[in-house]
Design a protein. Sequence first.
Length: 329
Amino acid sequence: MGRSPCKELQTGLKKGPWTNEEDQKLVDYIQKHGHGSWRALPKLAGLNRCGKSCRLRWTNYLRPDIKRGKFSSEEEQSILNLHSILGNKWSTIATHLPGRTDNEIKNFWNTHLKKKLIQMGIDPMTHRPRTDVLASLPHLIALTNLAELINYRQNQWDDDSLRMQFRQSEAVQMAKFQNLLLQSTATAAAAVTTQTGYQTEQPADATTVNISQDNNVSMNTTTESRYLPHLEIPLVDSSKQPFVGNNTIHELNEYCSGLSTQLISPNSTQVSVGNNIMKGDPCFANSADYAGSCAIDGKDTTTLSSFWQEIDGDDQFCLDNNFIYEYEY
DNA sequence: AAATGTTACAACCGCCAGCTT
DNA sequence: GAAGCTGGCGGTTGTAACATT
């Protein structure tokens, strides 16, 4: 439906980076007249750009309330918490970070946070420990087979020079396996620790493979002083009773606020009201919305979203498998 | 010093929802 | 109800800056 976006681009309008002069024209116009219709704006402002390009430039870069510079650790933590709940809803996340644009947050996520989580063995999409550590199992099996093969061939070969040649090639293989093991063990260590809570600045165990002069292969586990990056991952609070059974919206809300940084992360929030499944964001909204609070990161006290207004405070709810259901009588 | 690789981020693209005609 | 328009969103790309070889 509708036309293709920014059709004007096909008619010789400028693309690419904005010049200072263009920026100034855009800012001057909007400060005087407001943006009004974005489509009409470029012509009125004397810009050879499409309206969409002007809107993006303004909202992502020129707007006066934009906070520039590096993200603080508080902002970083907020993004992590919010992403664990909302997923790639960058614009929604941006509403909780004053002065930050959705584009900026998205870029920061893709270039920093995503990699950081992967390094820690956390799946950036689910915010849970990665399960692909199991994928390294075949390598471990192959390693065992290789050790057996080495012993077998050692008995077979008497020719010293031939054995030397073999050792060299196998040493390369071993080094590769060792590298693989180090990676998978770090992943597993991160996975284990994150299941029990926050893991920050704690040493990760590492398994090493030793190849002795006579090709004996041994594995031992050492505690290496390799520290994981400082990062707090929101997880289910194991010390807290699971939020199950019938609960009023007030109880649910209280539960949420009690979680502080350890908020249970619903990957997808759905509210079942009668036969209608409503998708939404139960923990975030404007303060004018439902009068209950849901603390995120121990600081950000937000309220339940607008669609919760529809729900009576004494309605019965059940949180099951990260979905919130309302009971109907 | 030059070539090559990597990172960061601004900007673009395609799609969609909501509104109007 | 269909078609068109607009603004918004999320994914992707292009490129400048920086790091490494």
